[in-house]
Each structure stands twice: as C-alpha cells, then as structure tokens.
Write a protein that binds this ligand. Sequence first.
Ligand SMILES: [Zn+2]
Length: 577
Amino acid sequence: MIQILLTVSGLHRKLVHVRMKFQATQSEQCIQLASWRPGRYEIGNFAKNVSHIRCSNAQGDPLRWNKIAKDQWQIHNNKAEELIFEFNYNAAELNAGSTYVNSQMLYVNPVNCIPFIPGQANEAYEIHIEEPYTFLSSGLPVENGIMHAQSFDELADSPFVASYKREILKEKFLGCTFEAHIFGNAALDRERFWNDVKKYTELQVAIFGDFPELIFPNANQDNRTYLYLLHFTPYFMHHGVEHTTSTVIVMGPGDSFDKEEKYNELLAICSHELFHTWNVKTLRPADMMPYDFTRENYSQLGYVAEGVTTYYGDLCLVRSGVWNLELWKTSLEQWLNNHHKNFGRFSYSVADSSVDTWLDGYTPGTPWRKVSIYNEGALLSVYLDIQLIIQSEGKHSLDDVMHHLYETKGKTKVGYTADDYWNTLSSFGLANANYIRATMAESPFDFSEVLRESFEKIGVELTWEESPISTERLFGFGVEPGGVKTKVNLVAPESAADKAGLWYGDEIIEIDGIGVEKNAPFLLEDRTEAHVRFIRNSVPFETTLYFQPEYTTIKRSKIEFKTTSHPLFKLWLGKRK
Ligand SMILES: [Zn+2]
C-alpha cells in the first residue's frame, strides 16, 4: 500500500506538496514519475515541475537520494523498512491533462504528479487531501475522505477535483449514472446540454452493445458512474482528455456558451471523449497493452484511436439528431480543408504520423512534413465507413467493425493489431482492404478524389471552389488570422508565394508601398502582381508576387447533400440499427 498525502503548500506559488509513504523493497530504492500521460502521445516531462525533494525513514531521519534519469530518483534507504518521498509539484497550468491549484479548487491528474515504484505498478494507493475542501469529485471509490486505487494504472486514469464550489448534473440511464461536475462559470443551457448528452450517449452505447464492463472492476450494476469534469475558464480554451470512467474538459470563455458555435464545440468534444471510453480506453492498440509509463509507446494505429474517434464524435451528434445536416457539412468541409492545406499529405502517411506524435505530433512542426491522426484519420474513417455501406449494400458499416473489435479485442484486454483492424474491415465486406491499407493508411495519400467518388454514390456532392481570401486564391499562401502582425502560416508548393520566396513565419510589412496591418488580403484583392516587403528573423526582405493561372492555389471544399432520400445516405446518417 502506497499512501499519498497532498497539501497545498503555497497557493500563490501554485505548489502542491506530495508526500508518498511506502514499504521499501530495495536497498537502493527507485521511484519514478510517469514519462507521459495517456491521451497525449508525447513525452510529458512532468518531472520538470518537481522541486524541494526530501527523503526520510518513518522516524523522519533524512536519507540520501540522487537522480538517475529525467523522471527517476534513487533513495539510499539505509535499511529503513518504510520510506517517505516528498516534493513540491508546480501546479500552475490548467488544461485537461494537467494538475492545477487556485483559491477555488485543487485539480489533480495523478499521472503527472504521483510517483510509482518501477516493477510494483500493481501496488494499491490511498490518497488523502489535507485541506478541508467542501467537495471531492472523483471516479475513485472514497471512504472517509480517502480515495482508493487498486493499482497505479487505475490511479493514473482517475483525475479528481477537490473544490469549494461545484455544480452537478446527474441522471441514471442505460444502467449507468452519468454526472457532469461543473467548475467555473458558463452561460450554458444546462437542460439542453444534458438532453443532448443523453441522445449521443444512447447512440454510442447502441453501437457497441453495452457500456464497458471491464472498466468498472469493482462496480456492480448499481454504482457505475461516468463523470464529466467540466472546467469553464474566462479565457479561450478547448481541450479534452479521455479516461476510462471519466473525462476532463477545459473550455472557455465561459460566457460564450450561449452562442451556437461554442455550444456545438462543447458537444463535439464531449461526444468525442465519451467515444474513447470504448475506442482506446477499452479497445486499444496491442502496442499499448498495458501502458508503459516509463517510455514512448509507439503505435501506427493512431488513425483508429484518434481518427475513428474524431469521425464518430461528430457523426454520433448527427445520427442521434442533436446536429442538423448543416453542422455535419461544416465538420466534413473542415476536415477536407485542413487536408487540402496540409501538404504533408504528399510526403507522409497517417500511420507513420501516428508514431511521430511522440516526435512533433502536437506542434505545427516542419512545413509539409506530416499529417494528423485526427484529421487524416477522420477522413480515412469517413471513406471506410461509406465504402462498407456501399459494398455491403447497407448491411454493414464501420459500426460493425468497431463493435466486433470491442467484443473480441477490447473486452478480452488483448488489444488489436493493424492486421486485426484491416482483416475485420475485410470480413464485413470491404474489398481490397490490404490495398487500401497500403495506399491510404501506410503511404502518403490525398483523399479528395476517393471521397468525391464515394460521396457521389450516396447522393453527396464534393466540389472545390476558389478561396474567398485573395492571398490563397491568387498567390497560394495564407496568413495567421487575428494578431497584430501579418504572419505567413501557409505556403502551397509551386504557388506564386513559393516561387517568390515567401515562407512560413515571414511577417509581411508592406504591399506596394502601403503598410500592412492585418489588411494583406484586402491589399492583394484583384491583383496579378504585387511588390511585398517582409521581415524574416529580424532582417527585411522584398520580393514580387506574380499571379499565373497554372500556379498552385488554395481552394475550399464544398459539400452538398443532393439526395437526402438516398437509402444509403439515410443509413450513413441514421441510427443504422
Ligand atoms: Zn481523442
């Protein structure tokens, strides 16, 4: 048993004191902090938040320690039976995967601030918070204010919030109690939100057949709970992280949720995270079974873990009737536009981009280098789902594939391989599954044409139009929206901008002698030639943009639902069962 005591040791310093008490098992006792957190497939370097380390025996006598790796410590235990390892954790960052403290709450994601003992990940934990907070929102069982986790895996997957104030939405349906614990202020229509949550939840459970049983090892039918921990911030935020029995979502500004766009953003993230309960928390790539918290867990299957989830997160909102076709069209067009603007699609596969989340998956990175497991993964899923529906004449879809994998590779805790995924697609009627895998998933691929052809067969039209923005339409480059400076954030290969020598990060300061202040698209409207001055690395440069019809430009996708009465279209966006 490992006992953890958490104390807020300096509110304005954003410090949480972590005290870990445990039985020594080695003379040179090793202690480790996780190198990464599930949901974000990159090295987290959480140990950079650790300071003021102290080791002692049960009597309080100090023990020597030293660092042996970036997130590992070694205690020279001097024959002590019981050891205490304590430190301050800098809890200054609020996002859906972090640990954060302010005057209202202590929000803990245990995977980044509570250590484990290598080789003893099955040791049980007790967690106690010293401050007299009024409420504790936790997916872990709580007895007399103490949380219990059976293993580090369970603890790492169970974020909690201790607070003085919270609001709860709660309802039992489908044999499970769903709760939303709300922190911060939001202009959110609670009743509408909760009704919509219920609708997409019912559909997701129908797709998979049940709510994962194995994720509630201690629960009986009566006390299953799924928890939404919703932090609303006064500033812009958009972040969610999935857990097995909960999700943490941080969004803002809170006063914007009475706007339809922001409200739908919240629903999309909630639906996405719930879908992860099956896809990734229960049904996971075999490469990640179990999670290894000490190093990178490489997998080529991010296009299933995140791609299928991105697709279904939004799709379930349409299929359950929460979203109308206009909103669905917006999602499709956005994925297509992101794909069109990402020239990495000509040089890198979505499978290799999945491995590379560990390298540069969460930054824009080198231009034209890679694609996104979310965006290109979603487009691959759109294609596979529609192809299955067409080829099986409506008998099967990606629903059946995910349900089958959940039953055979998820509930059994074995995990799935790329062969399992593609063989299952094939078994439900996808012709040429291996060819599709090799060309679309494991090679660079442009989805525009195969999607256009697939859409056509179910009454959907995909066309590409000129961009309304002059920089994109005439010269093939984009600039950052908003901001004080006009910075280039997109250059199409073989575009007028590329040929003129403009590049990502260049700051445009003058067009034909006129100073630029966010008005570059206006100044370039209807031009065929323009003299541009720009700054790169503090050095001024100048060049001339020439419009030529044969140069690459940036286009916009346009989706039209031509025949919504098409039986396969109705199946695609209907409940299917
Ligand atoms: Zn996700």
